[in-house]
Structure formats: structure tokens, C-alpha cells
Design a protein around this ligand. Structure first.
Ligand code: LMR
Length: 393
């Protein structure tokens, strides 16, 4: 049986990790997978996470199963963090295996509710969005998003394309820090998106994987909150991997905002059912870290402060890279790096140029020229800038 299997194409992002490890050159630079690294090149365990883990270790009395939908204290704390004003009578929630698990369960839920659903995704989007939908056999179409000339958002294209989504279709949006481009909508543009979806009855699925990495914890949730305040049905897939730095704990959550309490109850039941069919109970350790931090004023303040340090470091690196490139190119054509937000920027380089960066300068980025800003430090920024110019980008 097993010999009938077909080889699977490797994930374009994860493949880079292996290639990077195998490269023996001194001074190689990894700008591939979206993981934060501090100036020493370490992905640290955040201070509040360590403190919360110690508290859990000291006080936890059982490892018996959690609820199918996860622990209510985690779901409530996350609802407040993401939505602030929580419409509890309309909100269903589900602890999931990371943000990817939340996306998967959201798509499963959409298909359960509407077997004819089509998903509309930005071009480009996180490659795993496409991979999951292909695997599920879910029909999807792309909407225009990235303007290659300005490295900003092609908003007219986006509006025209998402207006084609029909009632009950899903429009997958990145709540902040668009992955892979780093180009984001303004609040006015988000309002226009909400109006289009309100008119058509298409349902937003907001992927919120980087809250706190763009303009701030509250600012990065503003679009999601506005959409949740305006539309009757909204799905939100949030991840704690990046903003709590607990990547390997696989801590995510799916929210389903329903039209009314009866629909909320139906959604809640179906979501718990989906967990049961996929992995039964969601993991609890990461969720418990998050709820411990969010429910304690001192821990929360320390976590928020460290998250701000991380965000500030990334903004500093963006400014430095844009400035180095301005000097080297004698132009402002790379200033978009400073305007982009989140972990990533899409440079707009060709696959050949990306390959040249790898072979000539041992700099690794995703083939579509997505670079992880958080993989840089102030010493490697000038090296990258020089290599970008030398590669003819
Ligand atoms: C990324 O986009 O690099 C991250 O979200 C990690 C991943 O799983 O792809």
C-alpha cells in the first residue's frame, strides 16, 4: 500500500530551513521561515512565558483532558485580546492546534455550512493557505492584492475582485502584517472592504497571525474589530505563535461570529465536532500560558512590553535597510521596506535574483522574494543591502 504513495512537493518555506542548515558557509543569513530572532540570532522564550510556565508547574494539579473546544478561560482571554468588546451572545470559539489548525477548522466549518463554498484568497497569500485548500479539494479563486510596481496594495483590483464573491463564499483576509508581502490596507480601505462584503453577503475569514507585530497590539486588531462590529457573520483564525513566541506549543483559536445566539450555538457544536474528528482535544499547555499571562496584570504588562521591544526592533531594521538601500541605489525605490509592516516584505525580485542571493551571498529568502525582517540584525542589514544591489534587484 505505502509504495503507492506519490512524493509530495516540499513546502516552499520549510524546504529553506533544511537548505539553510546544510549550507556550510560562514556568515550565511536565514531570512526564510517567519520566526523572530533577537539581535543575537536567538528566538527567545519571552520573560512572561517563562514566568507563566513556572506558575503552571507549581499550581497545576491535573493533566486530565481539557474541553473539546479548549478551556473557557483561554477562549475568553483571547476573545478580549482580539475583539476587545466581545459580543458573547453571538461568538463561538475553538482552541486549535496553532493558527494553521484554526485556518483548517475554519475552512472545514465553512464547507460544512455551505458545501458549495468558494474561497477567495489574495494573490499572493501564505502558500499553506493554498496547499490546505488544494488538499481539501476546496474551490478557490485569487483576488488581486500586490501591486508589483509600488510594492503596495492594488486596491482597485482587490475591490473589483472581492466584489465577485457570492453570498456564503469566504473571503480570506490577512488582519494585519500581510504574509508574504508586508503591504497592508489602510483603515479607510478596510471600511470599503466591509461595505463590499456587507452588500454581497460573502463572509470574511480573517487570518490574524501577527497581532502586535505591525503597528501595535490594539492597532493590529482594529480592522478585525471593525469588521466584527459591522458584519453579521465573521470567522477569525488567530495564532499565538509569534506574539507569544510559543511557536512549537501550537496555540491558536478560531472565532465564529454568528448572526444570532441560535446560530452561535450551532457553530459552537460543529466546531467542537471538528476538533473531535481531527485530533479530539486541542493542546493545552500553550493555551494555559496565554491565559495565565492575559489574566494577570503584571505578567500581561511585561509581555506587552517585550512584544513592543520586538516590534520596535523590526521597525528599526526596516528603517536601517531602507536607508542603506537608499544610499547604495541612490534612489528611494526601496522605501517600501519602511512602509511595510510585520515580519515580512516582498522585495519584488525575480526567482533568478533570489537564487543569486543564495548562491553568491548565502542569503536565504523565499523564492517569491519574501524576506523575514526579523531574521536580520544591525550587522547583517548592510550585508543584505549590498547583496540586493549586487544581485541587480
Ligand atoms: C511563515 O510564513 O514563515 C510562518 O507562518 C511559518 C510557516 O508555518 O510557514
Amino acid at each position: 500500500m505505502l509504495s503507492n504513495l506519490q512524493p509530495q512537493a516540499p513546502d516552499s518555506i520549510l524546504k529553506l530551513i533544511e537548505e539553510f542548515k546544510a549550507d556550510t558557509r560562514q556568515g550565511k543569513i536565514d531570512l526564510g521561515v517567519g520566526v523572530y530572532k533577537d539581535p543575537q540570532g536567538v528566538t527567545p522564550v519571552m520573560r512572561a512565558v517563562k514566568a507563566a510556565e513556572q506558575r503552571i508547574w507549581e499550581t497545576q494539579t491535573t493533566k486530565a483532558y481539557t474541553g473539546l473546544a479548549g478551556e473557557p478561560d483561554y477562549r475568553d482571554a483571547m476573545a478580549r485580546m482580539v475583539l476587545k468588546d466581545v459580543p458573547a451572545d453571538r461568538l463561538a470559539s475553538l482552541a486549535t492546534v496553532g493558527g494553521t489548525g484554526a485556518i483548517r477548522q475554519a475552512l472545514e466549518l465553512a464547507r460544512l455550512a455551505n458545501p458549495g463554498v468558494t474561497v477567495h484568497v489574495s494573490n499572493p497569500t501564505w502558500p499553506n493557505h493554498l496547499s490546505i485548500m488544494k488538499f481539501m479539494g476546496l474551490p478557490f479563486v485569487e483576488y488581486r492584492y500586490f501591486d508589483a510596481a509600488t510594492r503596495g496594495v492594488d486596491f482597485d483590483g482587490l475591490k473589483a475582485d472581492i466584489a465577485r464573491a457570492g453570498k456564503g463564499d469566504i473571503v480570506l483576509l490577512h488582519g494585519c502584517c500581510h504574509n508574504p508581502t508586508g503591504a497592508n490596507l489602510s483603515m479607510d480601505q478596510w471600511n470599503e472592504v466591509a461595505a463590499i462584503l456587507g452588500k454581497s453577503g460573502a463572509i470574511p475569514l480573517i487570518d490574524l497571525a501577527y497581532q502586535g507585530f505591525g503597528d501595535g497590539l490594539e492597532e493590529d486588531a482594529a480592522a478585525t474589530r471593525m469588521i466584527a462590529g459591522r458584519l453579521p457573520e465573521v470567522l477569525i483564525a488567530a495564532s499565538c505563535s509569534k506574539n507569544f513566541g510559543i511557536y512549537r506549543e501550537r496555540t491558536g483559536i478560531l472565532f465564529a461570529l454568528a448572526e444570532n445566539t441560535a446560530a452561535r450555538d450551532l457553530a459552537q457544536g460543529s466546531m467542537a465536532y471538528l476538533n473531535r474528528q481531527t485530533y479530539s482535544f486541542p493542546p493545552d499547555h500553550g493555551a494555559r500560558i496565554v491565559s495565565t499571562i492575559l489574566s494577570d496584570n503584571a505578567l500581561r504588562a511585561d509581555w506587552a512590553a517585550e512584544l513592543e521591544e520586538v516590534r520596535g526592533t523590526m521597525l528599526g531594521l526596516r528603517a536601517q535597510l531602507a536607508s542603506e538601500l537608499r544610499d547604495l541605489s541612490g534612489s528611494g525605490r526601496f522605501d517600501f521596506v519602511e512602509r511595510h509592516r510585520g515580519m515580512f516584505s516582498r522585495l519584488g525580485a525575480t526567482p533568478e535574483q533570489v537564487q543569486r542571493l543564495k548562491s553568491d551571498a548565502a542569503i536565504y529568502m523565499v523564492g517569491d522574494s519574501r524576506l523575514n525582517i526579523a531574521g536580520l540584525n544591525r550587522h547583517t542589514v548592510p550585508i543584505l543591502a549590498r547583496a540586493i544591489i549586487d544581485a541587480g534587484i
